[in-house]
Design a protein around this ligand. Structure first.
Ligand SMILES: Cc1cc2nc3c(=O)[nH]c(=O)nc-3n(C[C@H](O)[C@H](O)[C@H](O)COP(=O)(O)OP(=O)(O)OC[C@H]3O[C@@H](n4cnc5c(N)ncnc54)[C@H](O)[C@@H]3O)c2cc1C
Ligand SMILES: NC(=O)c1ccc[n+]([C@@H]2O[C@H](COP(=O)([O-])OP(=O)(O)OC[C@H]3O[C@@H](n4cnc5c(N)ncnc54)[C@H](OP(=O)(O)O)[C@@H]3O)[C@@H](O)[C@H]2O)c1
Length: 479
């Protein structure tokens, strides 16, 4: 896999435009050196503990090897994103999870990228040798490095422990500037991390998402010592995936639905999962329903991935089952709602004399026949009366009558929507893309409250903010 950035163009950009002239620069303070690294000419068997056995941030269980033996494509064709459904077995684990929670999966860096990085750091020949990494005794915050084993190999650290694709912070650029032998390169790097060059940092580093490797490629005279780089590289973090199943229906496994990121670069976790799940995946040439039916015919194989449960802070079902719910989740944003609906289905079968509130679902995808996730499950929930109303939008079909996105369907049914939230006190759940969709849905609802109630937009906004504060407008979104 190669980065899609045009490295040559990027290098030109840095070298020709990041010149602030001769002005005096205000540089950040040099962070003290904290790691002592010693590499011996001995082979070592890599450690088996994931990231030195260190727990993942925000997670509620220890890290364990999730077994995946079923995986399937849920979409078809080139003009939709690849979406994979898989089940992670959690049998024999003493953990509890609820619909709305997520499971965090730790990817690893690609071997090709690790090797390239090792070349920049001039450590390619010793990648698999025994390496001791110790924190200097004077360092107070030792916890920052707990994810790196003390006795290890550099290959293990670069592959499993640190984020070698991270965007360098200014402290890193400063360290790099100190290690550049070419005076022009040194000046450029100083400018990028200086107070005076903060606009340059934004346009040349932050906005293009330049990685430490891009910067090292752009400044070849820069020969940073390994320790300085390792101590400034952030920890490689797991990615959360919403649980799309209910523990009442499948207590020993959790289902996840994964959108494979291919642009602007291959996603580290989703791309890696796509690769490791390849032996389990169908050919993607059969219609969706047929592929699902063929699952049981595939030979049984198991893929192991490091995972941990991650509890949501507020995206669970309410305790009061009579509260009406409005679920809004286009694309893979539907994942937790399938868990909600399964859960409600199981509750309806076992809890008697309980009044259950209505559940409405607003879902959107591109085409009715290519990326309509969970189509048969949704219609089954409708038939069973678990789902009271279902509103679907197809963004790329010409016959959608102006209902392109979930928010267009909300607008189309404005009157009943507003009545449901303001008079019947329905709770709203929004899941999925936080950059555009969640903001557009929010704005649409503010606007509709204002027009339906005949109140100013500011008043409608404070009403919605109030719902959010009380926990009746909930979002689980990814920015
Ligand atoms: C609480 C929570 C629950 C989530 N649940 C799910 C889920 O159920 N299903 C699911 O598929 N994802 C889910 N996500 C997103 C998931 O955690 C990852 O962020 C996603 O899979 C991308 O990770 P990656 O390592 O593949 O990409 P990265 O290597 O982190 O990113 C690669 C590049 O792609 C960009 N990028 C990343 N994601 C996207 C995107 N979607 N669209 C465009 N550009 C992108 C990045 O900015 C970067 O430039 C959830 C996120 C959160 C916070
Ligand atoms: N809990 C969480 O935080 C969570 C859970 C699941 C998924 N996610 C993340 O949420 C995102 C979901 O994206 P996806 O890749 O699954 O979806 P997608 O396939 O890209 O899009 C789904 C549908 O949403 C439409 N859409 C695009 N812009 C929109 C907008 N502004 N408002 C409303 N609809 C819009 C798309 O239309 P067009 O493409 O035709 O424009 C498409 O029809 C992913 O990034 C995933 O990682 C987060």
């Amino acid at each position: 896999m190669e980065f899609t950035y045009d490295r040559v163009k990027y290098r030109e950009l840095l070298r020709t435009k990041s010149n602030l002239g001769d002005i005096q620069l205000t540089l950040p303070r040099v962070p003290p050196s904290v790691l002592d690294i010693d590499i011996r000419d001995e082979e070592i068997t890599p450690p088996t503990d994931v990231q030195n056995g260190c727990s993942f941030p925000l997670c509620t269980s220890s890290v364990f090897e999730g077994q995946i033996s079923e995986a399937n494509y849920m979409t078809l064709g080139d003009d939709v994103k690849k979406v994979i459904s898989c089940y992670i077995h959690v049998k024999d684990l003493d953990v509890s999870f609820k619909p709305g929670d997520a499971i965090a999966i730790l990817p690893c860096n690609l071997d090709t990228e690790v090797e390239k990085f090792a070349v920049y750091l001039k450590v390619k020949d010793v990648l698999n040798k025994k390496c001791s990494i110790n924190i200097q005794t004077s360092v107070k915050k030792k916890s920052n490095f707990q994810h790196i084993p003390t006795i290890t190999s550099l290959n293990y650290v670069l592959k499993y422990c640190v984020d070698i694709r991270s965007v360098p912070k200014k402290a890193m650029l400063l360290i790099l500037s100190e290690c550049a032998s070419d005076s022009f390169e040194k000046r450029c790097l100083q400018e990028l991390c200086s107070r005076e060059g903060s606009a340059l940092y934004n346009t040349h580093i932050l906005e293009p998402g330049a990685t430490i490797q891009d910067v090292l490629a752009s400044f070849p005279s820069c020969q940073p010592p390994l320790g300085r780089i390792l101590e400034l590289l952030p920890r490689l973090l797991p990615r959360p995936y919403s649980i799309a199943s209910s523990p009442l229906i499948s207590p020993h496994s959790v289902r996840i639905v994964l959108s494979v990121v291919e642009q602007p670069v291959k996603g580290l976790c989703s791309g890696w999962l796509h690769d490791v799940l390849a032996p389990l995946l169908g050919t993607c040439k059969e219609p969706l329903e047929k592929q699902m039916g063929e699952l049981s015919l595939k030979p049984k194989q198991t893929v192991l991935v490091p995972v941990s449960f991650r509890r949501t802070h507020n995206f669970n079902l309410p305790d009061d089952l009579s509260v009406p719910l409005i679920l809004i989740g286009p694309g893979t944003g539907i994942a937790p709602f399938i868990g909600f609906l399964q859960h409600r289905s199981a509750q309806k079968k076992t809890l008697h004399n309980v009044s259950f509130g209505e559940i409405w679902l607003f879902y959107g995808c591109r085409y009715s026949d290519r990326d309509f996730l969970f189509r048969s499950d949704i219609y089954k929930f409708m038939e069973e009366g678990i789902l009271s109303r279902f509103f679907i939008s197809f963004s790329r079909e010409t016959t959608n009558n102006g209902v392109k996105y979930v928010q267009d369907n909300i607008k189309k049914h404005a009157q009943i929507f507003i009545q449901k939230i303001l008079e019947e006190r329905a709770m709203i759940y929004v899941c999925g893309d936080g950059k555009n969709m969640a903001t557009d849905v929010w704005k649409t609802i503010v606007h509709l409250i204002s027009s339906e109630k005949g109140i100013p937009e500011e008043e409608a906004l404070s009403l919605l903010l109030n719902m959010q504060e009380k926990g009746t407008y909930k979002q689980d979104i990814w920015l």
